[in-house]
Design a protein. Sequence first.
Length: 202
Amino acid sequence: MDSNRVVPAAGSAIVTVTVFLFALFLITGFSFGQYFVCFFLPIGFILMTAGLRHECEPDRSVAGNAGLVFAGIYCTLIMFVYFTQMTTVANERLNEQAAMLIDFRKHGFIFNFDLLGYGMMALSTLFTGLSMKAETKPDRWLKALMMIHGVFFPGCVFMPMTGMFTSMPSAESGSGGTIALIVWCVYFLPVGILAFLHFRRK
């Protein structure tokens, strides 16, 4: 068994399934399910990114290394955010001040860390896309989708600095954020599928 092919293929499958389930749970309003799948999405993403880094040629290795490092930063931030939601927020009685800080739905401290994490993910896909040498049509699509995904970085990092999210309604009452996340799912789902097909062909 070639683990250099099987492991990233499994990671790509995890990315595909978790993004699909995230969209489904967004539509149905199942908050805990959203947090649960988002906790495992970074694991699949790192496995997928490591596989693409392994394949990149020496003259593209710096971009590949950068993509893998940013994937690790993304994983650390996001797992911290969603583990907090599934444990401290879900199981403890928080006073209003604590809830404003760590309840994701309040658009406060922990929400900003979530956006920073996805900013790091955007940088990871940008550099990983740069490291790819796409020789087939599906791989060219994969490369393009990953690089274009990099445009999310400025918004994820700089928009929280403006304070615009503090005036937004909570996650339960606002539909704009949900629609934006569903659009992201529709965009990112083909990345997981194309990466899975890429490693299966290898």
